[in-house]
Design a protein around this ligand. Structure first.
Ligand code: ZN
Length: 125
């Protein structure tokens, strides 16, 4: 998946996030304020990742969700940059998507912090 074809298809910025774990600049992504109902899919492989019902405004500048679809993502310990975080990867193509934190404001207590460039919104209907 992480080859030149993907890079050509999604562009260099998205490729650096998906394949190398880079982070897009806050408030730069197209889905930060997105309210459309639908399903957010992995931009690399089309795997359904998050429902728009789980999306909330975290104020961080990145699209945020309080839950992932069952089995959609896998979790990996990330100790880069002197921090202890949990990285989230697409369960199908293993692309980097973002991180998940335990300070979510809803009942799940989770805050999935995503890069817009990793997502592709499939509107409902
Ligand atoms: Zn994927």
């Amino acid at each position: 998946m992480h080859d030149d074809t993907l890079k050509e298809r999604v562009g260099e910025e998205a490729y650096n996030v998906l394949a190398h774990g880079a982070t897009e600049a806050p408030f730069s992504g197209k889905y930060v304020y997105e309210k459309t109902s639908g399903t957010y899919q992995c931009v690399a492989c089309g795997n359904p990742l998050f429902s728009s019902d789980a999306k909330f405004d975290s104020g961080t500048g990145w699209p945020s969700f309080d839950a992932a679809l069952p089995g959609a993502v896998i979790y990996k310990e990330d100790t880069a940059h002197g921090m202890h975080r949990t990285e989230i990867l697409c369960a199908v193509c293993k692309s980097h998507l973002g991180h998940v934190f335990d300070d979510g404001p809803t009942d799940t207590g989770k805050r999935y912090c995503l890069n817009s460039v990793c997502l592709d919104l499939e509107p409902k209907g």
